[in-house]
Write a protein that binds this ligand. Structure first.
Ligand code: FA5
Length: 340
């Protein structure tokens, strides 16, 4: 019987090594451990052996059983691993190169805003944020446009259903907020943010766009300071050899008011379709802060003076990168946005 057990162990181990999948392994288990297996028969026979042979045969039969059980467990793990590997190879080709991760980038308006911040930071301006939802008081009245003032028509405004509350049509109301916050100290801030206008959308005008406002207040600030900082800005933004021109203009909150042009970066001032044959491109509006506005901000116009300006970063980016339609900026077309 001992020989029979050894022989059976040897055979079972060989069969186990030859089993190729879990189904074959199951057949093996039934064959060597099942109710009708040789091992079960041997255990039955042990009971019939003479008393002195029984302990040895019983011990050996149990050893064989334990050895087979252990070998079975190990084989199960090996076959499961092989099955997993086969499945992976079927689904994934681990030799293929990885897919590059699409890296995000800054929106062209954000990039332009950051350029503007950088230039004005060099001149000592810090960023001051003001809300997009404004009061009619800040957007118009305190900027020297009382109700019914014809200049209000310069900005086609989105009003909310709440009386006296609107979406700011320019960043200038932030001037009032900055003045009221810093009064009676000198100020040098830029105020960036989105503006909204109930305007016909065209290649040059959107209903939502960014503006960057600037405000410098002090005791002896003059138009010469305004001109100096605008020339510095224009040359840092558009190139050192840019010509800058100041034209008389009108804004209710500045006196005198100007508009700032640079010589056309496309034709160099000769005249082309972009500059409408004038040789000049407008980049911003500006002026000396009106005494009424200074007073509304809490400053004494007898002691304080200052300048303010307002520019559109999208229009600036259009000039720098020769973009011919402002609608590209916020239509979320990745083919456009990925170029910057
Ligand atoms: C103003 O909004 C004045 N608040 C600017 C100002 C500030 C003057 C301080 C004096 C002192 P204007 O409406 O021209 O001005 O707008 C200023 C700039 O915003 C324009 O030069 C243009 O670059 C940009 N802009 C105006 N409307 C639009 C629009 N619909 N779409 C895109 N950009 C616009």
């Amino acid at each position: 019987m001992l020989d029979q057990l050894d022989h059976m162990l040897e055979q079972a181990q060989k069969a186990l090594e030859n089993s190729r999948d879990l189904a074959e392994l199951d057949e093996w288990r039934v064959r060597y451990f099942g109710k009708k297996s040789e091992l079960t028969e041997i255990f039955k026979e042990i009971g019939k052996l003479p008393g002195d042979e029984r302990p040895l045969a019983g011990k050996r039969a149990n050893e064989v059983k334990t050895a087979l059980e252990r070998a079975y467990e190990e084989r199960v793990e090996v076959l499961k691993g092989l099955q997993r590997d086969a499945l992976l190879q079927e689904r994934f080709d681990v030799t293929l190169p990885g897919r590059p991760i699409d890296v995000g980038r800054l929106h062209i308006s954000t990039q332009t805003l950051r350029n503007i911040y950088g230039i004005f930071a060099k001149m000592g301006f810090q960023v001051f944020e003001a809300p997009e939802v404004e009061t009619e008081l800040n957007n118009f009245e305190l900027l020297n446009m009382p109700p019914g003032h014809p200049a209000r028509d310069m900005w086609d405004t989105f009003y909310t259903t709440r009386e006296g509350i609107l979406l700011r049509s320019h960043t200038s109301p932030g001037q009032i907020r900055a003045m009221r916050k810093y009064c009676p100290n000198p100020i040098r801030v830029i105020l960036p943010g989105k503006c909204y206008r109930y305007e016909q959308v065209s290649s040059r005008s959107d209903f939502m766009f960014y503006q960057v406002e600037g405000l410098a207040l002090g005791r002896r600030i003059t138009l010469a300071d305004l001109k100096g900082s605008m020339i510095e800005f224009s040359r840092l933004m558009f190139g050192a050899d840019r010509e800058v021109r100041f034209r008389c203009s009108y804004f209710p909150f500045t006196e005198p008011s100007v508009e700032v042009d640079i010589d056309c970066i496309l034709c160099g001032g000769k005249g082309c379709s972009v500059c409408k044959q004038t040789g000049w491109l407008e980049i911003l509006g500006a002026g000396m802060v009106h005494p009424v506005v200074l007073e509304n901000g809490g400053y004494d116009p007898g002691t304080f003076s200052g300048y303010a300006f307002g520019m559109g970063p999208e229009r600036i980016a259009m000039l720098r990168y020769r973009i011919n339609d402002i609608r590209y900026f916020f239509s979320n077309d990745l083919r456009f946005l990925r170029q910057f």
